[in-house]
Design a protein around this ligand. Sequence first.
Ligand SMILES: *[C@@H]1O[C@H](CO)[C@@H](O)[C@H](O)[C@H]1NC(C)=O
Ligand SMILES: *[C@@H]1O[C@H](CO)[C@@H](O)[C@H](O)[C@H]1NC(C)=O
Ligand SMILES: *[C@@H]1O[C@H](CO)[C@@H](O)[C@H](O)[C@H]1NC(C)=O
Length: 381
Amino acid sequence: MIWCVLLGSLLLQGVSSSVISKRAFTPTVKSATVVGNVADPAINRDSCGSSRQPFDSNGVPTLPIWASSASWSNINADGTPDLLQYGGGGSRDPYFFYTDDECNTNSAGSCPDGSRYALWPDSPPLVTSTDNNVVTAYTWIRKSRISQRCGPSAVNSTVTLIDFSFSTPDPDPATSLYKMTYSLDNPDRNALPAVSLVDENFWLYGGIPYGAYGSVIKDGTAYLFGKPSNGIVALAKVPAGSIEDKSQYQYWINGAWTSGLPGLNDTNVNIPNVSAGGQGTYYFSDFWNKWVWIGQAGISVSADYFITTADSITGPWESSVNFYSGETGTYPLGAYTLQAHPGLNPGGSTATNEIYISHTKNDAYANTALYSTPLIHIEWN
Ligand SMILES: *[C@@H]1O[C@H](CO)[C@@H](O)[C@H](O)[C@H]1NC(C)=O
Ligand SMILES: *[C@@H]1O[C@H](CO)[C@@H](O)[C@H](O)[C@H]1NC(C)=O
Ligand SMILES: *[C@@H]1O[C@H](CO)[C@@H](O)[C@H](O)[C@H]1NC(C)=O
């Protein structure tokens, strides 16, 4: 067992003793099992619903692309997740739809000037309630407008799909809030949750995109993380039933919850070590009795999974560690969208010492990229 001194963080919590040691919590992997490729046979998907494409008889993606999609899968009789997904063969519209001012004349959000609205969620939806068998969930998506390096548009079938210049003239766009509802009584197994747009500019241009970077609910409170372009990670909270009511939000500033919305350049808004810098998933582990973030490093195209944990969601958080490295694909963007799936644990409970994780694996195939989504089951020591 490693012991270390976290003096600075403990002092922030008001502990006055001058020499305090705290046991570092460093999760290690007992076993990692690649379960298989999670896939909807109707689509070739870039993970986390961030891009959707039909494909030809060889499995090669074809144009046009769909900016986002949704599917669902069953839980097997033994409690493990079924890899087969349903729902993607339905509507050929982006799941998170575009508005008139987001170049919605095509399914990719491509604009006449060659830029593109990349309405890609960065984290899983936040399920806030199940009332009368109707599930409600929310997703915050930054209205990112990206430049395209290869290929002026995604609507012309002779243009290459390679499109990895994610540079943008607007690094801190507004953030849209989408709402999803789904009836558990719906007999159609291809039915997807209905989506509506609560507010296209829920967080204004130039502000902190709370909720887009990650979200988690505990004891009726929703905690929402936002990571603007300056790299800080800020935290807001709101009662889970009041997601749409901005007057109910509180923001973590200078070590306290306050009701005034901070600006992204304000000091003492950042929570140190609350992630490894890239995309990922927040949850609360009942087994560890700790807050957990699992995801990828800041600029990363490899399947290197990092974890950090905390006793309090506001910190101090441990330094993140690389606990597992999965298979990276052969394409230049070999692996990304590293996520954890606490909902796939047996019974959806986090009271067991395990977690499912997945990433997008991007492999070269012919002259293009083939996506797969390996699902990996981790048992912790
Ligand atoms: C697709 O775009 C390329 C590049 O702009 C152009 O040369 C080609 O003619 C276009 N093809 C079609 C079918 O429109
Ligand atoms: C935040 O600071 C950066 C760097 O100084 C600056 O470019 C940006 O305009 C600032 N944004 C706001 C909203 O103040
Ligand atoms: C947390 O982040 C700070 C600032 O980036 C870093 O110096 C420190 O080593 C990290 N780890 C811990 C445990 O505080």
